[in-house]
Design a protein around this ligand. Structure first.
Ligand code: ADP
Ligand code: MG
Length: 333
């Protein structure tokens, strides 16, 4: 659509696309250098295209002074995490950028550098998008495409009573990191712990290799973005089962443990805040050993945190006793 004439610190729409975005599509012949109305996607034979989209908004998902490079990387990574949870190999993405008038070209340059860096790291390429201005906050939306064997996308549904419940990495770092960056929280931590947690908020680590390698072994999985307990609730509900989760088995990083040892409520924050971008998954008992071998091979930390049971709902336990949970996860509205 033609832009409505607005004053902006940026070069024109077409110059922006040509200068910052077209180089990111150079390796995709069917994106035609971003010089056509659309790109072509040709799935390899026998594969399904798996599609996901996540939008991020300044002031909601990232902070106004987060570095542009990291905002770009986070945008890519939150989408990569969805594909990882589904066992899909990531391939291409579409990008919509809505820039407020105050946006500087240097910001867009940094943003494009961040995309370039993670395109190399995860072997994905830009194939198109849209560039608009907005009277609102900076808004970035990315649609990521990946591939799985036809009919084989791993679902949230599929968990069965008796399946073991696992999660990758550590939970809660991002919640604590946000509090450090936004509210100057957790001041009694060491500088190294604070920097680690802030880094985990700005730069999640999607479990791409592990998510793909997990195929055939996990009965169900979900990306942890809304909070561990909330996302576990989604998995349990879709699978028509109950989930028992041992809160003292939930993996915390060294810095996360330091936070929890100082503030008793912090563990509940860790399991309900979200923004973790780890994979929560269930494994039938017979496949646990094979799964652990894959975790080792892909150097992915995994922790067993509970078990699937008949019934409905999420049952958090702490050393055997049931725990009342005031708020299980993040909701926008
Ligand atoms: P139209 O107005 O027909 O939608 P545009 O002028 O918006 O076309 O886009 C021209 C080309 O540039 C298209 O191939 C589009 O996919 C690409 N493009 C536009 N904005 C972006 C962006 N932010 N990131 C990647 N590609 C983009
Ligand atoms: Mg357009």
């Amino acid at each position: 659509m033609p832009p409505k004439g607005r004053k902006s610190g940026l070069p024109g729409e077409f110059e922006l696309i040509h200068r910052y975005f077209a180089p990111l599509a150079a390796k995709a012949p069917l994106a035609f250098g971003l010089s056509d109305d659309a790109a072509v996607v040709r799935p390899p034979k026998g594969m399904d295209l798996v599609v996901t989209k996540d939008a991020i908004v300044e002031g909601v998902h990232f902070l106004p002074d987060d570095p542009a490079e990291r905002v770009a990387q986070k945008l890519l990574r939150v989408n990569l995490s969805d594909l990882a949870a589904k066992g899909a190999v990531p391939a291409h993405y579409l990008l919509a950028t809505a820039f407020p008038a105050k946006t500087k070209a240097a910001w867009v340059a940094g943003f494009a550098r961040g995309l370039a860096k993670d395109q190399r790291r995860y072997d994905v390429t830009l194939i198109g998008g849209d560039t608009v201005g907005t009277p609102g906050p900076l808004t970035l939306s990315l649609t990521m495409f990946g591939y799985v064997r036809s009919g084989k996308m791993r679902r949230r549904a599929g968990a069965r009573p008796g399946d073991r419940l696992f999660v990758t990495g550590s939970i809660g770092d991002s919640a604590f990191g946000l509090s450090i960056l936004k509210d100057k929280g957790h001041r009694s931590l060491s500088a190294a712990d604070r920097a680690y947690l802030a880094g985990r908020y700005q730069l999640p680590e999607p479990r791409v290799a592990f998510g793909v390698a997990l195929r055939g072994l996990a009965s169900a999985s979900i990306d942890v973005s809304d909070g561990l307990l909330a996302d576990l609730g989604h998995l349990a509900k879709t699978s028509n089962v109950a989930a028992v989760v041992e809160l003292d088995q939930v993996p915390l990083s060294k810095a996360g443990r330091a936070v929890v040892s100082r503030a008793s409520g912090a563990l509940l924050t860790a399991v309900s805040h979200g923004d973790d971008y780890e994979i929560l998954f269930t494994v039938p008992k017979r496949s646990v050993a094979a799964m652990l071998a894959i975790a080792k091979r892909t150097r992915t930390p995994v922790s067993e945190i509970g078990v699937i049971a008949p019934g409905t709902g999420v049952w958090p336990l702490n050393g055997g006793g049931a725990v009342p949970i005031p708020k299980r996860g993040f909701t926008h509205f």
